[in-house]
Write a protein of this length. Structure first.
Lengths: 114, 117
């Protein structure tokens, strides 16, 4: 059974700082990995999707990397802003069978202090 | 990207009543949709897999008579929380996948915040 863990569970940083969020998964047979942000009481916003054959994806100040063999992904946020405050979730999809169930990580709650 | 619409976004209901949540794929056909639930300060947990034209597959510990799922068309799945109780208050979200068989990105609805009073 796939297990996805995110460290740290919570993070508080001053505005402008660069930061890294970590995601680890136990079964490396994944099809892709996706990073989301969730604002309090809101739904999910997709940030970056990395296919299993890719090593990284970039969008603006965000960069996500994937090391499938070691079961790890990182989300790098450059020059953090108060608007980045949210909970960040990573999710993996299996590379087997007809089912495409997504397993979500435990989340990292980020607070960027002005 | 593809769009998944979930309705309503928020609902407050009285204990004992039933609530229906809709999940629609707006610009693609989805043979499979998934329903997730998020407990306070917890991550999203898969509740069930909704298959068009057949019975849903529920995860262990999820009461199928409590959470009725219907996937009557290739663009619509519904989750009905029957005889809701305060402990059913939660955030529910669906995701949909295309019917082509190609493993594409999972598209998520915006979620429904259910409060049972």
């Amino acid at each position: 059974k796939q297990e996805v863990t995110q460290i740290p569970a919570a993070l508080s940083v001053p505005e402008g700082e660069n930061l890294v969020l970590n995601c680890s998964f136990t079964d490396s047979a994944i099809y892709n990995l996706q990073w989301f942000r969730q604002d309090p009481g809101k739904g999910l916003t997709s940030l970056l999707l990395i296919q299993s054959s890719q090593r990284e994806q970039t969008s603006g100040r965000l960069n996500a990397s994937l090391d499938k063999s070691s079961g790890r992904s990182t989300l790098y946020i450059a020059a953090s802003q108060p608007g980045d405050s949210a909970t960040y979730l990573c999710a993996v999809r299996p590379d087997s069978g007809g089912y495409q169930k997504v397993t979500f990580g435990t989340g990292t709650k980020l607070q960027v202090i002005p | 990207g593809a769009v998944v619409s979930q309705h309503p976004s928020r609902v407050i209901c009285k204990s004992g009543t039933s609530v229906k949540i809709e999940c629609r794929s707006l610009d693609f056909q989805a043979t499979t949709m998934f329903w997730y639930r998020q407990f306070p300060k917890k991550s999203l947990m898969l509740m069930a897999t909704s298959n068009e034209g057949s019975k849903a597959t529920y995860e262990q510990g999820v009461e199928k008579d409590k959470f009725l799922i219907n996937h009557a068309s290739l663009t619509l799945s519904t989750l009905t929380v029957t005889s809701a109780h305060p402990e059913d208050s939660s955030f529910y979200i669906c995701s949909a996948h295309s019917a082509t068989g190609k493993k594409t990105e999972a598209f998520f609805g915006q979620g429904t915040r259910l409060t049972v009073v």
